[in-house]
Design a protein around this ligand. Structure first.
Ligand SMILES: Cc1cc2nc3c(=O)[nH]c(=O)nc-3n(C[C@H](O)[C@H](O)[C@H](O)COP(=O)(O)O)c2cc1C
Length: 735
């Protein structure tokens, strides 16, 4: 189904229900109660009479027991009993009589007056607003019809799945009840009645019987006044068994009363007990209504707390190269072992409102780029602008390096925005300059004291390793004659000592003394050559104050100025977040745009060096197959060897393989969703912010939705956020 149509149906389903919620509740609850009426009536009565009463005998009987003609209805029961509904001065009651003795057997209480009120509520809200009920019934039919288009039922235990399953199972019954309700309001499928003068005076039972005398009627089964001056009477006579409408003007035979539509609507087509089906319909509707509103409210309130629902501390982080993430994990471990109940999440997995649900929120946030917030914190920071957090109490540890122009700028701006949103800062902000271990330890001590726990032992955070590396090989990876491609080089660097790292770790390169370092993802494995590491380096450029193009200092050093055999001082930073899974059998999906392929060459190389390896699927996108399909030869060799299980390519400027990585995700969505939901795969994505940072999560959300797992956008988004926070989806964004 087209996404736009689905969105429209979802809007109808959700907003009609919410807009008409009180009305729906009244109609559903009163309908459920009314379903009980025939049953209660049946329980109170003896089984129905088989024999009707002769007309003359009925006249004599009524003349004696009801001389003032207060009878509104008469029914017969087995054992010679008649039950009269009598009224006096607006009061109504049922009384049973012995037909032979003509004596009262006492009042019959089955809550007739109560059901009368409920019926009134069900039909016109007790305010003569039958038209409002009619409109609500149309709306309900729309809501019911829109529902099944939104999700397939699945056998899984979650409120959403129960909502879907019950909706699907009871749909025919619910449609039947609501459509017959509308038909009744339109008087379709009910017997065609003669015109009834609603303003005429009350027509008493005596004149009705007199009129019947003048016809061929011999026996009466039951009779009931349904308007002030109109009765329905079921009779036997020479013309057979008939249903008559009697008014002051005369007698009209009609089809069976109240008609098949009303019987279907009331559920009484198979006797009083089949009416209980309507109780089932009402309970199903009530469940769908309450669960639907609850699911919506839960999403709306941003109740995105997952995992430990009782946690009273939230540890949230925004990290670019993994340090803040690692410190957050260590903080959580230390406080947990002291007995605190903790939830840990990347800021990208949270909505600001969620912070209000915890006693304290502890934030660890680094600064990247030129004073920027890491990608995992940007959406959160923007969302804070329109949030009001009056129950949030937070403590913040900012990571940075004072050799950069804007020291701890991301931490500062997060702090400002939180305070502006109304959150209370409970500890002075801590700023770590360079290696953060010492500052973090002090901060952890303060935090532990604040929350009242004794922190457990902490593991040291690996510090950056200084490394002297010699350039051994440099090869241009793009086609220098193709102006559409960006200048990209593959470098092999060598150390005197064996190296300890995993693919995805970062090599920090300072282009000069006092210059800020630039991180480069390492795309090799020490399993292949323990002294070597490989980089894929794009030559960046920026426009200076005079409008001239200046090459990036670190990239031009690596790609141009550094000579073969020359040595450079660097440092190696562990980037645990971008390590391949520890289990070599776990399926991995690698999504790379442009230079984002850099770490993944190392991922596949690591798998190639392992004997017991799981599947690897690479989705790579760039501009031109013949200009910038980096590492093509190696990738194709790995594919032929079966190391690379699947390779999908998107070259945006080539007509034959056009599109972007997100288009390949959409093409292969069924397989991708299957790998994620049933094969415990992990996704890694690396590339520029515009491609990977937003397009990949959006494409994954869309893939889930299209596969109906789940079908609602906000739920699919929550699944993708969940993958991000539990490490099933790992993004590495390069500027
Ligand atoms: C490319 C790059 C840019 C950085 N920019 C800044 C900056 O503008 N201001 C600052 O205080 N620190 C800056 N830093 C230092 C980091 O904030 C610091 O290394 C921090 O520990 C990294 O934490 P993370 O691994 O969680 O991202 C930068 C680091 C790198 C590698």
């Amino acid at each position: 189904m087209p996404a736009r149509l689905r969105r429209l149906l979802l809007c109808l389903h959700r907003w009609i229900t919410l807009a008409l919620a009180p009305l729906f509740l009244v109609i559903i609850l009163s309908g459920g109660l009314l379903a009980l009426e025939p049953v209660v009536r049946d329980l109170a009565a003896s089984p129905g009479a088989e024999e009707p009463i002769p007309l003359a005998e009925l006249q004599r009987f009524l003349a004696e027991v009801d001389p003032q003609q207060r009878t509104r209805a008469l029914t017969l029961e087995q054992g010679g009993t008649a039950v009269l509904e009598l009224s006096r001065a607006g009061e109504r009651w049922h009384e049973a009589f012995d037909l032979e003795q003509r004596t009262s057997l006492g009042e019959r209480a089955y809550g007739g007056a109560f059901f009368q009120t409920v019926r009134h509520l069900h039909k016109d809200l007790m305010l003569d607003l039958a038209v409002v009920v009619e409109v609500a019934s149309y709306a309900l039919i729309l809501v019911l019809i829109a529902g099944p288009w939104l999700a397939w039922p699945r056998l899984r235990h979650s409120l959403t799945q129960w909502h879907t399953l019950i909706g699907w199972l009871t749909l025919p019954l619910l449609l039947l009840v609501s459509i017959t309700g509308v038909l009744m309001a339109l008087e379709l499928g009910t017997p065609r009645l003669p015109p009834v003068d609603r303003d005429a005076g009350r027509l008493a039972v005596g004149p009705v019987l007199q009129q019947l005398e003048a016809t061929e009627t011999t026996h009466v089964y039951r009779m009931e006044r349904f308007e002030r001056a109109a009765w329905t009477v079921e009779v036997d006579g020479t013309a057979g068994h008939r249903q008559l409408i009697v008014t002051a003007e005369g007698i009209t035979p009609v089809d069976a009363y109240p008609g098949w539509v009303a019987e279907l609507h009331q559920g009484t087509w198979a006797g009083p007990w089949s009416g209980l089906i309507n109780l089932l319909a009402a309970l199903a509707l009530l469940f769908l209504f309450i669960s639907g509103v609850w699911l919506w409210a839960r999403r709306w309130l941003g109740g995105r707390r997952r995992g430990d629902a009782d946690a009273d501390l939230l540890i949230a982080y925004a990290s670019q190269t993994g340090t803040a993430a690692q410190l957050a994990a260590e903080t959580a471990r230390a406080l947990r072992s002291g007995g605190a109940r903790i939830e840990e999440a990347a800021l990208s997995a949270l909505e600001p409102k969620a912070l209000d649900g915890y006693r304290y929120t502890l934030l660890i946030v680094s600064t990247c780029g030129d004073g920027d917030m890491p990608d995992t914190g940007r959406t959160f920071l923007a969302a804070l602008e329109s949030s009001s957090l009056n129950r949030t109490r937070f403590a913040l540890l900012a990571l940075g390096d004072s050799s950069y122009r804007h020291f701890c700028a991301a931490g500062e701006s997060l702090r400002t925005s939180l305070r502006r949103a109304g959150a209370e800062e409970v500890l002075p902000m801590a700023r770590a300059d360079g290696a953060p271990e010492a500052t973090w330890q002090l901060w952890l001590g303060e935090v532990a004291e604040l929350v009242g726990v004794q922190p457990g032992q902490t593991k040291p955070i690996p510090a950056d390793q200084p490394l002297q590396l010699t350039l051994r090989r440099r090869e241009q990876l793009n086609d220098p004659n193709d102006p559409i491609t960006q200048e990209v080089w593959g470098l092999t660097l060598e150390s005197d000592t064996p190296l300890t790292y995993r693919p995805g770790d970062l090599l920090l390169v300072r282009p000069g003394e006092g210059e800020p370092a630039r991180p480069y993802s390492i795309g090799s494995t020490p399993l292949d050559a323990p002294h070597r590491l490989e980089l894929t380096v794009a030559v960046t450029s920026r426009t200076d104050a005079r409008g001239k193009n200046r090459p990036g200092k670190a990239s031009s050093l690596l790609a141009q100025r550094l000579q073969l055999g020359e040595t450079i001082a660097t440092s190696l930073r562990t980037h645990r977040h971008m390590h391949p899974p520890d289990d070599p059998q776990q399926p991995i999906i690698l999504i790379a745009a442009g230079c984002g392929i850099a770490p993944f060459i190392g991922f596949v190389a690591e798998r190639a060096a392992q004997s017991q390896r799981g599947p690897v699927w690479l989705i790579f996108g760039n501009r031109r197959r013949h200009g910038d399909f980096f590492h093509a030869e190696r990738l194709q060799r790995w594919q032929a060897q079966g190391v690379l299980t699947r390779l999908d390519l998107a070259f945006s400027r080539d007509p034959e393989d056009g599109g972007y990585v997100q288009d390949r995700i959409a093409d292969a969505r069924a397989m991708l969703v299957d790998w994620m939901l049933h094969r415990n795969a992990r996704i890694y994505a690396c590339g520029r912010r515009s491609t990977i940072g937003t397009a990949v999560p959006t494409a994954l959300t869309e893939a889930l939705r299209q596969c109906g797992a789940p079908a609602y956008r906000d739920q699919a988004e929550a699944v993708v956020r969940g993958w991000q926070s539990d490490g099933r989806l790992r993004l590495d964004v390069i500027d």
